[in-house]
Design a protein around this ligand. Structure first.
Ligand SMILES: Nc1ncnc2c1ncn2[C@@H]1O[C@H](COP(=O)(O)OP(=O)(O)O)[C@@H](O)[C@H]1O
Ligand SMILES: CC(C)(COP(=O)(O)O)[C@@H](O)C(=O)NCCC(=O)O
Length: 400
């Protein structure tokens, strides 16, 4: 289970629940539900700016995720921690005590009735692509050391020049894959996508290896050797490179191609080798399609997000190699630390739209504060994967 998963009985610690929690936003995807919410630091007073109508509140953004198939666990977590009270009310209808919660992703439509029934709050739907872009722009502009490259086991943070960020290609690898050309705040076009994504890896992997969880499948892929199943150029060319067209003998000529002639049954292959081939096939394919789309629109920067990545070394390495190979070294794949939370962050930021409507609850106006990722009280960027439990970003928000 992912460390950012909040379990069924997940209760926030006393410190967190005593502080004021507000502005819960959800991204309910095909596989995972992502939650973002803000908690005010209870020991810090609100800094009221006498010259403006705004006040600054210091606090933290919190992140959690659940499997979509276990939505009841997620709703239980929200209910038991009273996160659902952190919504907003429309001032056009002051008599109404109806609370609205921001949500994006297909599940905002699919589960609206269930959420209403279980939490007693209504869903205000936000468009998924808009949220992904808003989340990515926020992270790239506001969070220090958010973007990084990963190649040959080396992670390097990328300095983001705010004046030279656009245009870029955002590749969100969730259950399926969306490729979005981003030209500015709220300016974007979804230029491509592929159904061969994270859901394909996990779905096929589960069938072929009998793994019980995504993490188990990922862990298995660590130990495997894809050359047992993939047909390499060298397998076809008698151990030689095909130098004339730039293919080394170790390049995969055909993913899973060896299984044609091996005369072996599925059970005779090691699950770890299957997991490795599958991960490589899907990551490679996405990296290639991403690069071709970047080329189509002359985009130099490609950022990859979505929970398929999971800061997994082999996944990132494969995507980076694919982008590097197809671009002949011209383009680099970049990854986002808060990879899976782009949509939820975008939905969270859309509370700003209502800051003038809402007279009864705190009104949030996120203005790209400088955020520092904190785990406990330490600034923390683990190099090899997930953020730790109680993951949060320290930040200030403006309240109109
Ligand atoms: N704990 C997990 N359980 C299931 N899938 C996971 C998990 N962690 C990462 N994944 C991968 O992430 C994908 C979902 O990514 P996400 O960005 O949340 O997309 P969606 O919005 O479609 O749910 C899954 O299809 C799977 O490949
Ligand atoms: C339909 C979706 C936007 C839903 O988002 P998700 O829950 O996968 O994050 C995504 O799965 C997608 O872009 N699929 C690829 C469809 C295609 O372009 O072929």
């Amino acid at each position: 289970m992912d460390v950012r998963d909040a379990g069924f009985h997940g209760k926030l610690d006393a410190d967190q629940s005593e502080s004021q929690i507000s502005h819960l936003a959800l991204d309910i995807g095909g596989t995972l539900i992502k939650l973002v919410y803000f908690s005010r630091n209870k020991d810090r007073p609100i800094d009221e700016n006498k010259n403006s109508k705004n006040s600054v509140i210091e606090g933290r953004l919190h992140f959690a995720k659940f499997e979509t198939s276990k939505i009841n666990d997620c709703l239980e977590f929200i209910l038991s921690n009273k996160l659902h009270l952190g919504g907003f009310r429309h001032h056009k209808d002051p008599a109404s005590d109806k609370i609205l919660i921001k949500a994006t992703g297909g599940g905002a439509y699919r589960f609206a009735d269930l959420i209403k029934e279980k939490l007693g709050v209504s869903i205000e739907k936000e468009e998924e692509m808009e949220c992904l872009v808003a989340g990515a722009n926020f992270l790239l502009k506001a969070v220090h050391q958010e973007a990084y490259t990963y190649m040959d086991g080396r992670k390097e943070f990328v300095h983001i020049d705010h004046n030279d960020l656009y245009p870029y290609l955002l590749v969100n690898i969730g259950s399926g894959v969306s490729m979005i050309k981003v030209d500015g705040d709220g300016k974007f076009e979804r230029i491509s996508g592929t159904s061969v994504g994270g859901g394909t890896f996990w779905g096929l992997g589960r069938l072929l290896t009998k793994c019980k969880s995504f993490d188990e499948l990922l862990e298995l892929s660590h130990q495997g050797n894809n050359r047992v199943i993939d047909m390499l150029v060298g397998d076809i060319y008698g151990g030689l490179d095909y130098s004339k067209i730039g293919l080394s003998s170790t390049t995969i000529a055909s993913s899973f191609g060896k299984a044609i002639s091996d005369n072996r049954e599925l059970e005779e292959y090691k699950p770890e080798d299957i997991a490795r081939s599958l991960l490589r096939m899907i990551s490679n394919n996405i990296g290639q399609i991403a690069y071709l789309n970047a080329l189509r629109f002359g985009l130099k920067r490609i950022f990859f997000g979505g929970f398929f990545i999971r800061s997994h070394a082999f996944t990132m390495d494969t995507i980076s190699v694919a982008v590097n190979f197809w671009s002949k070294g011209e383009a680099k794949a970049m990854f986002l630390h808060h990879e899976g939370f782009l949509g939820a962050l975008g939905a969270f930021m859309s509370y700003e739209k209502h800051s003038r409507d809402d007279s009864t609850s705190p009104q949030l106006g996120q203005r790209y504060p400088v955020c520092t990722p904190l785990v406990g009280d330490k600034i923390c960027y683990p190099l090899n994967g997930d953020l730790n439990d109680n993951d949060s970003l320290e930040c200030s928000v403006y309240v109109a």
